[in-house]
Design a protein around this ligand. Structure first.
Ligand code: GLP
Length: 261
């Protein structure tokens, strides 16, 4: 795992956007895995700026989002499809037909899960998957103790996740309790992973993910199995790490070709 600690979330998001931009420049038909949540917003703002001001071209890019709430149509303000539309897609030259978010309103949810996997495979797999981190160590909506080999499936959200995500829903009662999410196994098949996590509320999950044992109790610890996983942190989310100085040392001593330009 490559751990990159930056002084704040802003610097971390700019770095994350640079990593994605570098991929899109070298592979214009890249397949990007995308995430929702508060964390990637600044990164998406920077991608929009790079598109507008530096001509970063998304016209041949394909995207697959990690997850979607069950029961929310694309028109619902809290659906992840709506989030992506508002915060990224409508600001880019991306072909809407190439943007994929699981359909949480599908009559047959299990068929939708299989179909989502098939669509990822038909696109040639994901080149880079962007990930946020739940306070309880979840990635996508893969909650603690779920299988580390899971494929796209329907998950029951944990009480902590309901609580963490309920602010935008008004009341807890209005929040869906189920979601379709890529499985941990699906995520691990992506050619490259880029997880971003900022702020003190994530410090415990970050510690378990990077330095804890590989265990389903922290689904993000599965990143330890991935040969090309980059984790971008700020000082606050890195605060509990025992080997933070080592990660900084490695970062400072990289060869030129190992740096992100
Ligand atoms: C949600 C999403 C995750 C996201 C996480 C963290 O539940 N399903 O993909 O990474 O919560 O959200 P935030 O970035 O708002 O802290």
């Amino acid at each position: 795992m490559e751990v990159l600690i930056r002084e704040n979330a802003d610097a971390g998001c700019l770095l994350g956007a640079r990593i994605i931009a570098q991929l899109v420049r070298t592979k214009p038909a890249a397949v990007l895995g995308l995430a929702t949540g508060r964390t990637p917003l600044r990164l998406y703002h920077e991608l929009i700026r790079l598109h507008r001001e530096e001509g970063l071209d998304f016209s041949r890019v394909t995207t697959f989002n990690l997850d979607e709430y069950v029961g929310l149509p694309a028109s619902h303000e809290q659906s992840y499809r709506h989030f992506m539309q508002e915060n990224l897609f409508r600001h880019l030259d991306i072909d809407p037909a190439r943007t994929h978010v699981p359909d949480g309103t599908a009559a047959d949810l299990q068929a939708e899960c299989r179909n989502y996997e098939a669509r990822i495979a038909a696109a040639g797999g994901i080149d880079l998957q962007l990930l946020g981190l739940g306070r309880n160590g979840h990635i996508g909506f893969n909650e603690p103790t779920g299988s580390l080999r899971s494929r796209t499936w329907v998950k029951i959200l944990s009480e902590q996740t309901l609580h963490d995500n309920s602010a935008v829903f008004g009341t807890l009662a209005e929040m869906p309790r189920h979601a379709i999410t890529m499985g941990v196994g699906t995520i691990l098949e992506s050619h490259q992973l880029l997880l971003i996590a900022f702020g003190p509320a994530k410090a415990r999950a970050v510690l378990h993910m990077i330095e804890g044992p590989l265990a389903a109790i922290c689904p993000a610890s599965a990143l330890q199995l991935h040969p090309r996983a980059i984790v971008v942190l700020d000082e606050a989310s890195a605060a509990a790490l025992q080997y933070a100085d080592h990660y900084r040392w490695v970062d400072r001593n990289k060869l030129d070709w190992q740096r992100f330009t």
